[in-house]
Design a protein around this ligand. Structure first.
Ligand code: COI
Length: 363
């Protein structure tokens, strides 16, 4: 679908932002996705008119018609990216262009209009600039940005909608997992599958997350933090973890499941190819079966496993449970390669290390 020139964002700032003391209390322990900043960005798209009415407005609930097409047929996509405070007090977002391009790919698959990359970045910049005081001051904390788009047309006919709303909201973020860098336990889902080739597994859309919840409940019941998906045909090849990609560490070689079309092409996953090579590791895509995982952990060739994503950054995997048994990854503690990559990524993002790749987008 055609894109239109970037509409200029009209600023209508809130007359009543949250009081400094209340905001500071939230920033002292933000958790993940629990609190939202004072503003949001909205941009509309209408068939025949393109993108229009770009606004930065006070954060507020939306009023939705009961026959809104998204509520019924789920034409809805989203992204996740972070803004970090740097040592000199300035703020920068990590690879917004990569997220903007993935957002366009998601839109194409769900027959939605593509938002121009510059509009995506400008909307994120406008929100972060307006709500700069919400970007945490220290360490690994960040301001998590959630751009999303959904159909706003009203009607029950099944077809691509003729009206959409693109929005960006922001939420201060601490660790995604309560334990921080503590290894997570995972449940290999052998009954439920997440996605199949040709479907929407590579799309960042709510439906994939809705499909994951019953398996996540199963993982909870087994005492695990997360579910790990296997391929939908053979129920054998490891695809991804609930909402994050996976990397397998074989000494100084790191391997991530190849993009078969049914798993999400993560921005962190992609960044790690570059960072790992810089640190002297070999990074590649491959196929890892659940049997390989168990066998190679047992014989010591698979030394570490970690998950990666915008929200989770890099999180080690400690225990693996499946119908056929349970095993511990290494000594169950965060591995050396995992921690080294995590530090390299966070140092670059927080400005503690230089950014030779031009990944940080300064505001
Ligand atoms: C992210 O890492 O940004 C995600 O989208 C994962 C999850 C919070 C949905």
């Amino acid at each position: 679908m055609s894109t239109t020139p970037t509409p200029t964002i009209e600023f209508k700032p809130s007359a009543h932002p949250l009081a400094d003391a209340e905001r500071e209390a939230i920033l002292a322990d933000p958790g993940f996705g629990r609190h939202f900043t004072d503003h949001m960005v909205t941009v509309r798209w209408t068939e025949g008119r393109g993108w229009h009415d770009a606004q930065l407005v006070p954060y507020a609930p939306l009023s939705i018609d009961p026959a809104n097409m998204t509520l019924h047929y789920a034409q809805s996509i989203f992204e996740g990216l972070k803004a970090y405070r740097r040592p000199d007090g300035s703020v920068a977002t990590f690879r917004p262009e990569a997220n903007a391009k993935r957002f366009q790919a998601s839109a194409r698959r769900l027959a939605m209009p593509e938002l121009p990359v510059e509009t995506f970045i400008e909307a994120c910049d406008a929100l972060v600039t307006q709500d700069m005081a919400w970007v945490p001051q220290h360490g690994e904390q960040s301001l998590y940005l959630r751009p999303f788009m959904f159909a706003t047309e009203v009607g029950l006919g099944v077809r691509p909608a003729g009206e959409y709303l693109f929005m960006v909201i922001a939420s201060p973020a601490g660790a995604y997992f309560k334990g921080g860098v503590k290894p997570v336990s995972v449940w290999l889902s052998e009954d439920y599958v997440r996605a199949v080739k040709g479907g929407i597994g590579a799309v960042k859309t709510g439906g994939n997350y809705a499909a994951s919840l019953v398996a996540q409940k199963e993982a909870d019941a087994k005492g695990c933090d997360q579910v790990v998906w296997l391929d939908a045909v053979e129920h054998r090849w490891v695809e991804e973890m609930g909402g994050m990609n996976l990397y397998f560490v074989y000494g100084d070689r790191i391997v991530t499941p190849e993009l078969t079309g049914s798993l999400l092409p993560g921005v962190t996953r992609d960044s790690l190819f570059t960072l790992a090579r810089e640190l002297g590791y070999t990074a590649e895509e491959g196929r890892i079966s659940s049997e390989d995982w168990r066998r190679d952990t047992g014989n010591g060739t698979l030394t570490e496993v970690f998950a990666c994503g915008t929200a989770a950054v890099i999180t080690p995997v400690g225990t693996v449970k499946s119908r056929s048994g349970e095993w511990t990854q290494g000594d169950g503690q965060p591995g050396e390669v995992t921690l080294r990559l995590r530090k390299a990524l966070l140092d670059l993002q927080t400005g503690a290390a230089p950014d030779p790749y031009g990944w940080m987008h300064e505001l």
